[in-house]
Design a protein around this ligand. Structure first.
Ligand SMILES: NC(=O)c1ccc[n+]([C@@H]2O[C@H](COP(=O)([O-])OP(=O)(O)OC[C@H]3O[C@@H](n4cnc5c(N)ncnc54)[C@H](O)[C@@H]3O)[C@@H](O)[C@H]2O)c1
Length: 350
C-alpha cells in the first residue's frame, strides 16, 4: 500500500468526475467530501467510492449534469430535489441552505429527495459547526439491515451525525451508522475473508454469521438491538418518508444494482447557538463540559478518554503531512478510471 498527498488525490477525483461531465464546482465538492473522509481516517468512505460513482454515471443511473432544485421553501424548512445527481452536491447545497436559515431564523431543517450516496455524514455537520451552528445530518441507504427480531433486510445502514463547535480544540463530531457495522466495512472484511463476532450480522438462514462473507450475503443487525432499530426508523422517516425519497426496500442499490437510480433521501439541519446563548458563554460551558469528560478515570489499558471527533483531527494532522494510505486494489481501479479518460496526471505514491 502506498501513500498519496491529499491534494493529489483531490485533483484525481476532481479531474475524473469532470471527465465524466460533472461541472468543476460540483466535482470539487464531491472530491472534497471523499478526501475529507480519507484524511479523517474513514477510508471506507473516501476515494474508494470514486470508481463506483464513475460506473454509476457511465451506466446512466447518476446524472452528472444534475442541478439541485429548491422546492417547498419556508423560513425554517425546505426540500431540495437532488435530480439524481451526486449526493454530495445536493447535501452541501441543503446544508448551506439550512445554515443560512438558522443564522437568520434560529433553526434550518432541509430534506433532500432524488439523491445518491453522499459518503461521510460528518462532512455536512462540520459545515454547520464552522458557522456557529450545531449541525445534524442523516441519510437512508439501500436495504441491508433487519428490523429488530427480523431476518430480512429492510433498512439501510442509516448513518447520522451531530457536530458541536468547540473553541481551540477539535469540534465534537458524532458520526456512525445505526447498524452494528457499516456495510462498506463488512464488504471490505468479506473481501479479506475475515471472521466476525456475533451481533454484527445473520447468515441467510437467520443465524449469527461467523464470517464477513456470510454476513454480507445475509443481513446486518441494528446497532445495540432495539436502540439501533429505533434510530434507523428515525433516520428513515426524516430522510425519506417526509422528504418524498424512496424508503426501505424501494431504495436503489449502490454497489450491486447499476440498472436504476437510488433515490435516497437526506435530512440536514442547523441550530443557531446564539439563539440559545451568547457564543462566548457557549464556548466556556463547552470547555467545562469537555473537562468533565476528560476527568473520568480511564479503564485499564486506556490512556485517555477521547470525545467523538478528537481521533479524526489527530488522523488529519498525520495524513496531511505523511499522506493518505490507499490500498493498491483501490488505486488500480482509480487508475483505470483515469486511463479510460486518457488523463495523465503523473501522480505517484510513496
Ligand atoms: N453515506 C452512507 O450511506 C453511509 C452509510 C454508513 C456509514 N457511513 C459513514 O461511514 C463512516 C463510518 O461509520 P461507522 O458506523 O463505521 O462508525 P464507527 O463505528 O467507526 O463510529 C465512529 C464514531 O465513533 C467515534 N469514536 C471512535 N473511536 C472513539 C473513541 N476512542 N472515543 C470516542 N469516540 C470514538 C468517532 O468519533 C465517530 O463519531 C461514517 O463516517 C458514516 O457517516 C455512510
Amino acid at each position: 500500500m502506498k501513500k498519496y498527498q491529499a491534494s493529489d488525490l483531490e485533483k484525481i477525483c476532481t479531474e475524473v468526475l469532470k471527465g465524466y461531465g460533472v461541472k468543476e464546482e460540483y466535482a470539487k465538492t464531491a472530491a472534497s467530501v471523499m478526501i475529507s473522509a480519507n484524511l479523517r481516517g474513514i477510508d471506507s468512505h473516501g476515494v474508494a467510492y470514486l470508481p463506483i460513482y464513475v460506473e454509476r454515471i457511465k451506466r446512466g443511473v447518476v446524472d452528472p449534469k444534475a442541478e439541485p432544485e429548491i422546492l417547498n421553501e419556508t423560513t425554517n424548512t425546505a426540500i431540495v430535489d437532488g435530480k439524481n445527481g451526486l449526493g454530495q452536491v445536493s447535501a452541501v447545497r441543503a446544508m448551506n441552505l439550512a445554515v443560512e436559515k438558522a443564522l437568520s431564523a434560529n433553526v434550518g431543517l432541509v430534506g433532500v429527495r432524488n439523491s445518491g450516496h453522499f459518503g461521510m455524514v460528518s462532512y455536512y455537520t462540520m459545515v454547520a459547526a464552522k458557522r456557529n451552528c450545531i449541525g445534524l445530518a442523516m441519510t437512508n441507504a439501500p436495504s441491508s439491515v433487519a428490523p429488530f427480531g427480523g431476518m430480512e433486510p429492510l433498512f439501510g445502514t442509516n448513518p447520522l451525525s451531530f457536530a458541536f463547535p468547540v473553541r481551540n480544540k477539535p469540534h465534537i463530531v458524532i458520526d456512525f451508522a445505526t447498524s452494528a457495522i457499516a456495510r462498506t466495512k463488512l464488504r471490505n472484511m468479506a473481501e479479506e475473508k475475515k471472521e466476525i463476532p456475533e451481533g454484527l450480522a445473520l447468515n441467510k438462514d437467520g443465524y449469527p454469521a461467523k464470517t464477513a462473507d456470510e454476513g454480507y450475503k445475509g443481513v446486518l443487525l441494528p446497532a445495540a438491538g432495539v436502540k439501533g432499530y429505533g434510530l434507523a426508523i428515525i433516520v428513515e422517516i426524516l430522510s425519506a418518508v417526509i422528504t418524498g425519497a424512496a424508503f426501505t426496500s424501494q431504495v436503489g442499490g449502490l454497489v450491486d444494482d447499476f440498472t436504476r437510480s437510488q433515490n435516497v433521501g437526506h435530512f440536514l439541519g442547523a441550530i443557531s447557538i446564539e439563539s440559545f446563548l451568547p457564543m462566548e458563554e457557549y464556548y466556556n460551558r463547552m470547555d467545562q463540559f469537555i473537562e468533565t469528560i476528560k476527568k473520568v478515570k480511564p479503564m485499564p489499558g486506556v490512556q485517555e478518554i477521547l470525545y467523538p471527533g478528537e481521533l479524526e483531527v489527530y488522523n488529519e494532522a498525520i495524513r496531511e503531512s505523511d499522506g493518505i494510505p490507499v490500498a493498491d486494489s483501490v488505486m488500480e481501479k482509480i487508475r483505470k478510471c483515469m486511463a479510460d479518460l486518457n488523463l495523465q496526471l503523473n501522480i505517484e505514491g510513496v
